[in-house]
Design a protein around this ligand. Structure first.
Ligand SMILES: C[S@@+](CC[C@H](N)C(=O)[O-])C[C@H]1O[C@@H](n2cnc3c(N)ncnc32)[C@H](O)[C@@H]1O
Length: 197
């Protein structure tokens, strides 16, 4: 499949958490991060189905009323009390394997050692600046042979950032699996530090 093709809104054969699970099993990964947790649907699936995985979750877990502009989301209508309860339960149930940071992605990156992760899954602020900032702040946390992956490549704003960092080196196959994208860190352009955050 080329970058310009898609299969529209048909129900995917796999969701992004299945694709991540396949990678984790295939490469024997044990360390990863999910940027943008919401109520923990993806984190929970991975923790339940990948027993050797230790996962970092990052999410502000609150409304962001000032998050305005193209591709931005304020999360004003989301039921944060329910989401918080669900994420707290995952923390309780997986105390030794799940570490949650309730803060901005850029702040949380400072808590994580460089080149310590097998993969990072980016699913937070879907604006071009937001995805770019997350790639810049979190790519250094990934091992040289590791993977940068994320969600919603169907959005032009996400696609612009991914195209910029990976040019034509990101894998388009995930477009049919609920719009996951991925690329290898070694195939990224030299990005330099983030000056947006
Ligand atoms: C699309 S949801 C994540 C969905 C989740 N990955 C899943 O698979 O179910 C995006 C999340 O990113 C969080 N978020 C957006 N921008 C953020 C930022 N700059 N720092 C921390 N969290 C952020 C929001 O609070 C929201 O919960």
């Amino acid at each position: 499949m080329t970058n310009s093709q898609s299969l529209g809104n048909t129900m995917p054969e796999k969701f992004h958490w299945h694709v991540l699970q396949d990678f984790i099993n295939k490469y024997g990964w044990t360390r990863g991060a999910e940027l943008g947790v919401r109520w923990g649907q993806t984190s929970l699936y991975l923790l339940e189905n990948c027993p050797r995985l230790k996962l970092i979750g990052v999410d502000l877990m609150k409304k962001q009323p000032s998050n305005l502009g193209p591709g931005k989301e304020t999360y004003q209508k989301w039921p944060w009390d329910q989401y918080e309860a669900a994420v707290s339960k995952i923390e309780d149930d997986f105390q030794n394997r799940f570490k949650m940071y309730r803060m901005r992605m850029s702040q949380a990156a400072q808590m994580v050692a460089d080149e310590s992760l097998d993969f990072v899954f980016i699913d937070g602020d879907h604006s071009t600046d937001g995805v770019s900032c997350d790639i810049r702040c979190w790519a250094p946390k990934v091992k040289p042979e590791g993977m940068i992956t994320g969600h919603d490549i169907n959005l032009d704003s996400v696609r612009a950032a991914v195209d910029w960092f990976f040019v034509d080196k990101w894998d388009t196959e995930g477009q049919r699996w609920n719009w996951i994208w991925w690329g290898w860190k070694k195939d990224m352009i030299e990005s330099g530090p983030c000056d947006e955050c």
